[in-house]
Design a protein around this ligand. Structure first.
Ligand SMILES: CCCCC/C=C\C/C=C\C/C=C\C/C=C\C/C=C\CCCCC(=O)SCCNC(=O)CCNC(=O)[C@H](O)C(C)(C)COP(=O)(O)OP(=O)(O)OC[C@H]1O[C@@H](n2cnc3c(N)ncnc32)[C@H](O)[C@@H]1OP(=O)(O)O
Ligand SMILES: Cc1cc2nc3c(=O)[nH]c(=O)nc-3n(C[C@H](O)[C@H](O)[C@H](O)COP(=O)(O)OP(=O)(O)OC[C@H]3O[C@@H](n4cnc5c(N)ncnc54)[C@H](O)[C@@H]3O)c2cc1C
Length: 652
């Protein structure tokens, strides 16, 4: 394969040669420094050099069982390989950032690894929910693969509504054990990755009872399979849930219990405890049990950045090598990348991928600050972190799914081929709309916080930093079509929507509806307000973090990065132009968006915005370079492209 791959398509080479900035500099910026680019490459080169990680037959030609077995085989090699490259000198942030950027596993598993849940939620839930002794005991076993685990929360009957989970764990003080049961079919755990055949342990979230009283939902470490035979333990029922749109190598399974007994110390006791005599000591905050979900929601932003980046890399390369139509007689067919409509489809994907990386790093920093605060009993910022993680997880995964599908369509018929890998990438990305909190439900969580903040503002109280803009709206700050001006416009939109929700809630309760019914009747607006808030955060964080983080970069690289910020901002202004121009009339602190808009230079004149969007064209050479800066490894792109990608990897 290697000899054939030396030839790079002329058009692709031409695009690379046009790049006006230092690709290595940008790559290092995204990786967090040259040292990390080097480490990432080391990891990628090592993984990609292993012959055993290449599929002899494309996945899609294998049976379900063969695909799973092939994935397990590769997962073992991956684990052994990555273990040898582990660098214990890195900080937790550096390790996480490297894990995020060096996503070798996306190149090896088209539909993800059967160990995905072991590495992500299983390890994290022990870290976050186990007491010191439990952490020490279990994490060692987890890290060296003595045990393989997963996170079993969702049931056939309930996924979203955690308080509705039906699996029970009843404490028996006589034997100092918990007795686990699935009283009905709907109580069966349903979905956990790796549960079907791979995992021998899992963390089970169960409704806990002691001394005849409910102790809420608590996490338990449960051995589900014999370590020698891999057969289910006594009182444990296990199986596969069946074929899915994607994730077919993740080995999602079901799990039921029939009087399955586990020792008392298998309850993860960092936050709540049940003493030997059955006394329940409740957590200082019941939501601490949900901490692992917050961690994964933050990580999902990074996963969306990577996944969208892969899709848009494939589609942009394809647009560079594909020629079609003859707009000018007697001239060669142009590269489809020359069509402005094609640029319009693709460049927003590039900009969005960068926006998600930057937002993920920002949110990750907040996550760590709050985690440290929680460790010393300070819960002040937990609600804000939760509100941000929910709406950003929902908005980035929803947008990423749309943009990946657009990349697929941008490749014409070839995008429909599984060999393009775009259908599999879409299946992965759309799953994130559902897992780790269904998106509408997540937006409604943030809406709860926005409504509270709106009421606090009305009472002149201080609100959390990310919602402080709600209080500034009464000043009627002028906004315009600069990036900062558009951010202000979005703040007004979000504030207007929150105000409209408050008014609607008030109207319904005044009409005699209960608070819950008023909420349900207002929920479409609440979701819209929450999305608008997420847009404020994404736009403002992208801009402000770029302002600060790019200071040491060269002028050329800064220019192209700011073009991305500008493109992202203008794209969303155009997408939401109706919102930006909509009059809002409702509350004391809402503003008349329309009025303000009329007074803003050029704002009502949409053409000026469209003209601005032609930066897409002027930035083309730079942006095409961006695509080539590091997002390369897809094992299943077009035959020609895959040759070029792999032989030119690493690109710099
Ligand atoms: C440097 C950067 C690097 C970053 C990246 C690092 C590493 C990357 C490397 C690798 C990536 C690793 C992994 C990531 C990739 C992909 C993911 C992998 C696998 C995923 C597979 C999927 C697994 C799952 O899906 S597990 C199951 C998930 N299930 C859910 O999410 C259920 C959703 N439901 C809920 O969360 C809740 O029940 C609720 C709907 C939010 C609330 O329920 P409700 O009953 O209405 O309310 P409740 O009474 O429970 O709450 C009242 C009160 O509490 C507040 N609340 C709720 N949740 C939380 C929370 N988590 N924290 C804080 N507060 C919370 C709620 O808002 C209410 O507040 P208030 O009354 O309004 O004040
Ligand atoms: C690929 C994949 C992997 C997964 N992996 C795991 C795993 O490893 N471990 C695990 O425990 N789980 C896992 N899950 C399960 C996942 O977390 C749940 O599917 C998810 O939380 C949604 O719950 P649900 O399926 O019950 O949907 P539902 O909550 O039933 O949602 C159905 C519809 O009802 C709406 N709805 C529900 N409640 C409300 C409300 N309060 N207000 C308004 N609308 C509402 C939703 O918006 C949605 O439109 C996985 C799921 C997928 C798809």
């Amino acid at each position: 394969m290697d000899a054939v791959n030396k030839v790079i398509n002329e058009d692709l080479q031409k695009e690379r040669d046009k790049c006006k900035f230092n690709v290595a500099e940008l790559t290092a910026f995204l990786d967090g420094g040259d040292k990390f680019t080097q480490k990432r490459r080391e990891k990628e080169n090592r993984v990609f050099s292993i012959q055993g990680l290449r599929d002899a037959v494309p996945d899609e030609y294998m049976s379900h069982k063969e695909r799973y077995e092939n994935a397990v085989r590769k997962a073992v090699i991956m684990h052994q390989t990555l273990g040898t490259l582990e660098d214990k000198t890195l900080t937790e942030y550096e390790t996480a950032r490297l894990a995020l950027r060096a996503t070798t596993s996306s190149a090896i598993f088209k539909e993800n690894s059967p160990l995905m849940l072991h590495y992500s939620m299983f390890a994290n839930v022990i870290e976050g929910q186990g007491d010191e002794k439990q952490r020490e005991y279990w994490l060692k076993k987890i890290n060296n693969m003595e045990i393989i685990g997963t996170y079993a929360q969702t049931e056939l009957g309930h996924g979203t509504f955690i308080r509705g989970l039906e699996t029970t764990a009843e404490y028996d003080p006589k034997t100092e054990e918990f007795v686990l049961n699935s009283p009905k079919l709907t109580a069966y755990k349903w979905w956990p990755g790796g549960l079907a055949h791979t995992a021998n342990h899992c963390v089970v979230m169960a409704h806990t009872y002691s001394q005849g009283k409910s102790c809420g939902i608590q996490p338990f470490m449960v051995q589900i399979r014999d370590l020698e035979t891999n057969m289910p333990m006594k009182g444990v029922k296990l199986g596969e849930i069946g074929a899915k749109l994607g994730f077919n190598t993740v080995n999602n399974g079901f799990l039921g219990f029939e009087n399955h007994r586990i020792p008392r110390d298998r309850m993860l006791m960092k936050n709540s405890q049940i003493l030997k005599d059955g006394t329940f000591i409740s957590s200082p905050n019941s939501k601490l049990t949900y901490g692992t979900m917050v961690y994964i929601r933050v990580s999902i932003l990074g996963t969306m950045a990577n996944t969208l980046g892969r899709a848009v890399t494939i589609a942009t390369r394809y647009a560079a090598v594909r020629r079609q139509s003859q707009p000018k007689p007697n001239e060669p067919e142009p590269q489809i990348l020359d069509y402005v409509t094609q640029q319009h489809k693709l460049f927003i994907g590039i900009a969005s991928s960068h926006a998600y990386y930057i937002s993920c790093f920002w949110l990750w920093t907040l996550y760590h600050r709050v985690t440290k605060e929680l460790a010393v009993g300070n819960m002040d910022n937990l609600a804000e972190l939760h509100a941000l993680a929910c709406c950003l997880k929902a908005t980035t995964s929803a947008d990423a799914a749309v943009l990946v599908e657009r990349c697929r369509l941008a490749c014409g018929g070839h995008g429909y081929m599984l060999s393009s890998n775009l259908p599999q990438i879409y299946a992965n990305v759309t799953a994130a709309n559902t897992y780790e909190g269904e998106n509408t439900v997540m937006l409604l969580q943030t809406a709860r916080a926005l409504v509270k903040a709106g009421m606090q503002v009305a009472q002149g109280q201080k609100v959390s930093p990310s919602m402080a803009y709600l209080a500034d709206q009464s000043k009627m700050a002028k906004w315009d079509s600069s990036v900062d001006g558009i951010v202000k416009g979005f703040q007004k939109v979000a504030a207007g929507k929150v105000a409209a929700c408050l008014a609607s809630l008030q109207r319904h309760t005044n009409n005699g509806q209960s608070a819950e019914d008023a909420w349900n009747l207002t929920s479409v607006q609440l979701v819209a307000a929450s999305e608008a808030h997420a847009r404020v955060i994404l736009l403002s964080v992208f801009k402000s973090e770029m302002d600060v983080q790019t200071l040491t970069l060269s002028g050329e690289t800064r220019t192209v990065l700011f073009q991305l910020v500008q493109l992202y901002t203008i794209y969303w202004a155009l997408e939401k132009v109706g919102d930006l121009l909509l009059p809002t009339t409702t509350t004391t602190y809402s503003v008349s968006i329309c009025d303000t808009a009329m007074r803003c230079d050029g704002w009502m004149d949409e053409t000026s915005l469209f003209e601005k969007s032609t930066i897409q064209t002027s930035a083309r050479t730079g942006i095409a370079g961006l695509v080539l800066s590091g997002l390369v490894y897809d094992s299943a792109v077009y035959p020609e492209l895959v040759h070029q990608s792999l032989t030119s990897w690493p690109l710099q």
